[in-house]
Design a protein around this ligand. Structure first.
Ligand SMILES: O=C1C[C@@](O)(C(=O)O)C[C@@H](O)[C@@H]1O
Length: 216
């Protein structure tokens, strides 16, 4: 499994101060650009690329965790296309912005912060129908059986779609097992943290690296 570590800088000086050596074991770095003012993103993109010259970077502008829509569909589309060519991958909230034309390096994603939906297979199928090479789902389990259901449906979907890189996780305490057992149930990447977490239940990069060593 690949380990992805998010960074969530709030301004340019936080980017300058990043201790990038701490991210050396990350296979990919995810830039959560939604913590910064949009006018600063152009400069921030250059600075972040300079800070991580040897690692693939995912550009993510998360809107699903905000109660109010923060961007119009047109502005979201513009933002995604402005940055998709600059980074290895770009995260696209395809179910929230279905009219977007998908860049080749899109990770299509969907978050459910309240549950693991009963129609998870449909959610995954809808995202895969976009033609994206990477499909990602993160949901919040309410009980242990939700975690097992996510794992079962992930395995089933990954076996049926060997051409898709599938990434799923259950958030929160209950879901932690999904962040270390990804390979066992068909999820290809896991998200880990350096310092602050970008989602509940993330383990530290050091912990996930160690666990991956044990299981390999
Ligand atoms: O989609 C994801 C997964 C995630 O929500 C998690 O649960 O680890 C963390 C986010 O930063 C990332 O964009």
């Amino acid at each position: 499994m690949k380990i992805v570590v998010p960074i969530m800088p709030k301004n340019l000086s936080e980017i300058a101060k990043l201790d990038t050596a701490q991210y050396a074991n990350a296979d990919l770095v995810e830039w959560r650009a939604d913590f910064m003012p949009i006018p600063d993103l152009k400069q921030a993109a250059q600075d972040i690329k300079a800070q991580f010259p040897n690692q693939g970077i995912i550009f993510t502008y998360r809107t699903e965790d905000k109660a109010e829509p923060v961007l119009s569909a047109e502005d979201y589309d513009r933002l995604i296309h402005q940055f998709s060519t600059e980074f290895a991958y770009v995260d696209v909230e395809i179910l929230r912005f279905p009219s977007i034309s998908l860049p080749d390096n899109a990770i299509v994603s969907y978050h459910d912060f309240t549950q693991i939906p009963q129609n998870l297979p449909d959610v995954l199928s809808k995202m895969a129908a976009s033609g994206a090479k990477v499909v990602k789902f993160a949901g919040m389990p309410q009980k242990q059986s939700d975690v097992l259901r996510l794992m079962t449906e992930t395995l089933r979907f990954s076996e049926e779609h060997p051409d898709v890189t599938l990434v799923t996780m259950a958030m929160g305490e209950l879901g932690k097992i999904t962040r270390v057992a990804s390979d066992s149930f068909g999820s290809s990447w896991t998200f880990a943290s350096v310092g602050e977490t970008s989602a509940p239940g993330q383990l530290s990069l050091a912990e996930v690296v160690r666990i991956r060593e044990i299981f390999q």
